[in-house]
Structures are given as structure tokens and as C-alpha cells.
Design a protein around this ligand. Structure first.
Ligand SMILES: NC(=O)c1ccc[n+]([C@@H]2O[C@H](COP(=O)([O-])OP(=O)(O)OC[C@H]3O[C@@H](n4cnc5c(N)ncnc54)[C@H](O)[C@@H]3O)[C@@H](O)[C@H]2O)c1
Length: 263
């Protein structure tokens, strides 16, 4: 029998109770990695971890806010306690708060900056410290978005955080490469998840019409790209952003948001 690709690897995946993060956790576990699965919603975290274990994966739920330094350090400690090390960190948790720029509330801005930027930065830092100590390299992946590359109405704050993550990955190449740690981003385009469908029931139709490949992404599309960036096949790739958008950024037509309720 072939050794699974992620045999002997240990990963933290944040915001993984559902959506893209859950699919990354599922695929990593399916390929042999031990997983610390985080979500701010304890039930989602527990159910997701149970689902992965039921399919034979090794997975421990770790509920809490992924931007809280205590939770971040707790996840790294849990990885070391339960699996003996940490080799992969996926800063997937991110919040999308749409809003007109002129009316955008300071509170929404603070929340988006806190979860998307601060949480990802601190997880990268805590994971890199552990990986440096282990002296055997590692992989850090930050979850960006196509709107970190292209303009999109009502997403100024969110887009700024995603562009910030792209620069963080580039910048940390200097500090992490000497330790054999790669850091990259995956930048999904419109992706069908429980959240995006709840926000807009016409999401599949809208994005099928304006995506060159004729459909929005599904979580599996994004997870496949993430697994490549976390695998031995990407060992010489660092500081890069992998866009997974069915061709949308090549043309970037905006969806009709006239019926969208913006806060
Ligand atoms: N879905 C898309 O179309 C899309 C497109 C581009 C980028 N992204 C990015 O991909 C990532 C995942 O997106 P998604 O749509 O799967 O996410 P989602 O909104 O479905 O959230 C996934 C999980 O994250 C959890 N979560 C939210 N805040 C958290 C926090 N502070 N700490 C821990 N968990 C938290 C939620 O409870 C949820 O279960 C995000 O960073 C998002 O910005 C998504």
C-alpha cells in the first residue's frame, strides 16, 4: 500500500467547522495528516471532527476564536501534546462584512481587521515558532481571495485584509525560508459554501453567468489547490498566491448587487 501524501504531518486548520476549511481538513486527514480542527462555533467544530474521525481520520476539535492569542497558542500546544509536533498551519478563518464605503461602520472594520489580519498573522507567528524549534521545515497557508487582487463593490475592508495577507506571505519569505518553512496564499474566487448560499440564494446562477468556466468554485476546488500548496510537490514555492477562480480575475465582471442588503 502507498504511504499517504500527508503521512506523519500535523495540521491546524482554522474556521474549519464548515465550508472551505472543513474540506481542507477532510482532504488532509484523508491523506494521513493529524488535524487540529478549529471553529468559533463549538458544535460545528465537534461535529466536523467527529465526521472526519468516523471516516478513519485523526482529528481533534478545538473550539474558539481563531484571532484570540490564547486560542492560537492553545492550538499549537494541543498539536504538540496530541501528535508530537506541528508541520502545517492553515489560517483559513476569515469574515466577510459587505458594506458601502461611505457608511461602513468602524466596528465592522475592526472585526474584519482583527479576524482576517491579526488572527492570521498571530497563527503564522505561533506556528512558525514551533516549526523553527522542530528544525524540520513546515508549511503555512493563508486564505486570501480574488478581491485581494481585483476591486469588488462593498468589499473595501475585506479586500484590504486579503491584499494584506498576500503581502504578509511575500514578506515572511525572508524570515521563514532559512528554516525551510514555506508561506503562501490561496486566493479563491466565488465559492459555493453554506454561507455564500445563505447570503444570496441566486449565488450559483449569478456566478455561473459571469465566471469564464461557467460555475462558481466548490470547496473541493479550493481544497485541491490548498493541498498542493501544503504538499511536498510545492517545496520550492513560497511567497506566492494561487488564484482559483475559474478565470474570473482575467475579466472580472462584477455581479449585480442591486438586491443585496448591505449593512
Ligand atoms: N466562500 C467564498 O466565496 C470565498 C471566496 C474567497 C475567499 N474566501 C475565504 O475563504 C475562507 C473560508 O471561507 P468560507 O466561505 O468557507 O467561510 P465561512 O464564512 O463559511 O466560515 C467558515 C467557518 O469559519 C468559522 N469562523 C468565523 N469566524 C471565526 C473565528 N474568528 N474563529 C474561528 N472560526 C471562525 C465559522 O463559524 C464557519 O464555520 C475565508 O477566509 C474567506 O474569506 C471565501
Amino acid at each position: 500500500m502507498n504511504t499517504p501524501l500527508f503521512h506523519n504531518q500535523v495540521a491546524i486548520v482554522t474556521g474549519a467547522g464548515q465550508g472551505i476549511g472543513l474540506e481542507i481538513a477532510r482532504q488532509l486527514a484523508n491523506q494521513g495528516a493529524g488535524i487540529i480542527l478549529n471553529d468559533i462555533d463549538p458544535k460545528l467544530a465537534t461535529d466536523a471532527a467527529e465526521e472526519i474521525r468516523a471516516k478513519g481520520g485523526e482529528c481533534i476539535a478545538f473550539a474558539g476564536d481563531s484571532s484570540d492569542p490564547e486560542i492560537i497558542n492553545g492550538m499549537v500546544e494541543e498539536a504538540v501534546k496530541c501528535f508530537g509536533k506541528l508541520t502545517i498551519a492553515v489560517a483559513n478563518a476569515g469574515i466577510t462584512l459587505f458594506g458601502d464605503f461611505f457608511e461602513y461602520p468602524a466596528e465592522s472594520l475592526r472585526k474584519v481587521l482583527h479576524v482576517n489580519l491579526e488572527g492570521s498573522f498571530l497563527l503564522a507567528q505561533a506556528a512558525a515558532r514551533q516549526m523553527r524549534e522542530q528544525k524540520s521545515g513546515g508549511r503555512i497557508l493563508l486564505m486570501s481571495s480574488v478581491v485581494g487582487h481585483q476591486a469588488h463593490q462593498f468589499l473595501g475592508a475585506y479586500a484590504m485584509t486579503k491584499a494584506g495577507l498576500e503581502m504578509l506571505a511575500k514578506n515572511l519569505v525572508i524570515e521563514l525560508s532559512p528554516y525551510g518553512i514555506t508561506i503562501n496564499t490561496v486566493a479563491p474566487g466565488a465559492t459555493l459554501t453554506e454561507r455564500t448560499l445563505a447570503e444570496d440564494p441566486t449565488y450559483p446562477k449569478t456566478w455561473s453567468a459571469i465566471t469564464p468556466m461557467g460555475r462558481p468554485a466548490i470547496c473541493e476546488d479550493i481544497a485541491h489547490a490548498a493541498l498542493f500548496m501544503l504538499s511536498p510537490f510545492s517545496g520550492h514555492i513560497t511567497g506566492q498566491s494561487l488564484v482559483v477562480d475559474g478565470g474570473w480575475t482575467s475579466v472580472s465582471p462584477l455581479p449585480d448587487l442591486s438586491n443585496m442588503e448591505v449593512k
